[in-house]
Unconditional design. Sequence first.
Length: 392
Amino acid sequence: MQIDLTHPVFQGAIPIMKQIEAAGFEAYFVGGAVRDALLGLPPHDVDIASSAYPAEIKQIFKKTVDTGIQHGTVMVLAHGAGYEVTTFRTESGYQDFRRPDHVTFVRSLKEDLRRRDFTVNALAVRHDGTVIDLFDGLTDLAERRLRAVGDPHARFHEDALRMMRAVRFQSQLGFAIEPATLDAITDNAALLAHISVERVASEFTRLMQGRDRNAGLANFIATGLYAHAPRLADHLAGLQALAQLSDTQIEDPAVAWTLLAHLTHEPVRPLMKAWKQANAMSDLVAAATTLLAALPEADAWQLYTAGQDAVDVAVAAAALCAPAIDGAAVEAAYAALPLHHKDELTVTGADLIAAGFTPGPVLGRTLHRLETAVVAGTLPNDRPALLAAAQA
């Protein structure tokens, strides 16, 4: 079988592969770029696997960087870009259920592909577009099926994150997980506890943003993976509710986290901290979750304190979990507020000091009283009117 390699990410790398082959070694495109090209999806970057050892790659090319040489990866620098070339290898001794204790460089493409996670990711392509399929990945790709390469138990013991990758791929690609692989995830779900939260969170976020999110979530729940994810073990009902929402694709990760917090009723900040999310994301999700709980009766102050970004997130989340809420009306109500930020208030602390106020708590409370009155519409955002109200 031949595939089209005219996409620029392939074209830029093909001269690298030809140069490796001219030196007497093998070189192939491998991994997600191959899978995506076969599915008609745009590849984002390419991985090159080669029979040449790292030292041999460095002899072939003048400019290289040792990006991961202990694992066989050397970056080749050519025409303003970098291309990672990784030596065929076998791995052993996964004591942390994530990274191998030992890596052995080999000359065999089959041995290299044998250690990969799923058959659809174990395809290799020559520079002329010829597909090498040693584990029937093309059949699985055509039938939209995720199947572990070889023994699924062994694959998940090598890298327990692969279990999360399985449900994430199910969501992203719309593939079904074949029964033996799914059973192995169920049997080994507890191994997820060995994986860093950051890695699990990355896969979970991508799962939540997939086009077949509910199917991925259903197996995240059915296999018991959820019980080994931060703060979710006691929230089966909330997760089941999450998996039954409209399957409309979620574009913004903040919407995904807001829905999770809203339906599990987990306190947002402890939840986000447990998942090691950035402070900015935590702040946004906290504001959006608070507003979502108040809709559709949210008053002007609740809309104001949420802010535009949180209003957008809450409206998008409501479209999935509470479709009866008129999102356009919520957005319009926010847009109609007389203030959207305290900096828009026509009176400042300096103005109040000039009018005779002493710096301190009273001044702060007065400014807050004026701000709330303007937001509520009981005072105009007019400097003379606000100064008069401050002194009343």
